[in-house]
Design a protein around this ligand. Structure first.
Ligand code: SF4
Length: 361
């Protein structure tokens, strides 16, 4: 494959005039701060990430603080960002950096990639942005710029396409000003070479861009082959009690809601009803099934129904809850609990909170 001329000079010149230089993770740049920002920015836009990042750093300013934090605190700080495996890996990674590396991030690709949740692009970003060490990155923005510039056809999830893009990324990464170049490529993808309607006339590399020459910007990068998204129906056993508490269960560490708190979940309404009546010593007729609510995940759509029961002050709860292993706990609804909660459960609790505030029992 014959490479085009290096784009770094033009990209850096553009960066000096138009690049972003005051993002929170660009200040006091350390491997820890860059790493947390890179993990948050995976599948999430900069404007969404900023308030989460600032809250996270205010509470957990160092890798030691993160390693020592309870999992519920980490997941609570992540609530609303989604893709919770990122937060669990972040926590595991911080512990590993502290336990195996005395709190200092490894300074080479191999060492960084051996840590949980750090792939080649994140490792490249830590090396280039925090250590000014030459290492290419290939996040979603950079993939788009390079796929269009070089006319790399196909979906980047395919090995051959990814290999071609990495090879271009490697070729263009300069030896000097590598931190600025890395930031510049991310900025170019985010602000100029956008997914729809890229501002090609303002782009510093437009004269050599294959997609622009062909007038086919929207064909690059290729899209992931579409698969029908399956629908999963679930029933949640939602128990509330006066004066405004809800019973939640901590999910096991694996799975899409791993480590988060949510009402117990069942494949059928009967399972949820049985669990409530058995655990809380209530007759089945106190349970009501609410209208379904929906949430779309990457791989499936969730249709969730709440099977609800409310314990008034005149009804003593069964003691099995108190006896159950630490995975079950009553939480106040006002304010909502400071633990990790999936987005649909945050909405459910807000609704319950409004309803229980209106109840007199
Ligand atoms: S010319 Fe347009 S399509 Fe090509 S890299 Fe620049 S913004 Fe992207």
């Amino acid at each position: 494959m014959k490479e085009k001329d290096h784009i770094a000079g033009a990209v850096l010149h553009w960066f000096d005039q138009h690049g972003r230089k005051d993002l929170p993770w660009q200040k006091q740049r350390t491997p820890y701060r860059v790493w947390v920002s890179e993990i948050m920015l995976q599948q999430t836009q900069v404007s969404t990430v900023i308030p989460f990042y600032e809250r996270f750093m205010a509470q957990l300013p160092t890798v030691e603080d993160l390693a020592a934090a309870p999992e519920d605190t980490v997941l609570h700080l992540w609530t609303g960002l989604g893709y919770y495996a990122r937060a669990r890996n972040l926590h595991r990674c911080a512990k590993q950096v502290c336990d195996a590396h005395d709190g200092v991030f490894p300074q080479d690709l191999e060492g960084l990639e051996a840590l949980p949740g750090i792939g080649r692009s994140t490792a490249g970003a830590i090396l280039s942005l925090a250590m000014d060490t030459r290492a290419p990155i290939l996040d979603g923005n950079v993939k788009r710029v390079l796929a269009r510039y070089h006319g790399v056809a196909g979906w980047p999830g395919q090995r051959a396409v990814s290999d071609a893009l990495w090879s271009h990324a490697e070729h263009h990464t300069p030896r000097a000003r590598v931190a600025d170049y890395t930031q510049a490529m991310m900025d170019l993808g985010a602000t100029c070479c956008t997914r729809s309607r890229p501002a090609c006339e303002l782009c510093p590399i437009n004269s050599g861009c294959t997609a622009r020459a062909l007038g086919q910007q929207s064909d690059f990068p290729g899209r992931k082959p579409r698969k029908a998204i399956p629908l999963r129906k679930r029933w949640l056993a939602v128990a509330t009690r006066a004066p405004g508490e809800v019973l939640l269960q901590k999910r096991p560490d694996s799975g899409i809601w791993g480590g988060l708190w949510a009402p117990p979940e069942f494949d059928e309404a009967e399972g949820a009803t049985e669990w409530i009546t058995d655990t809380l010593s209530l007759p089945p007729d106190v349970c009501q099934v609410d209208a379904a609510f929906h949430h779309t995940f990457t791989h499936f759509k969730l249709e969730a129904h709440s099977v609800r029961a409310h314990l008034g002050t005149n009804r003593a709860p069964g003691n099995r809850v108190e006896c159950a292993a630490g995975s079950l706990k009553w939480f106040s609804l006002h304010p909502p609990p400071s633990v990790g909660l999936p987005a649909p459960i945050v909405r459910l609790l807000a609704r319950l909170s409004a309803e229980t505030a209106l109840r007199s029992d």
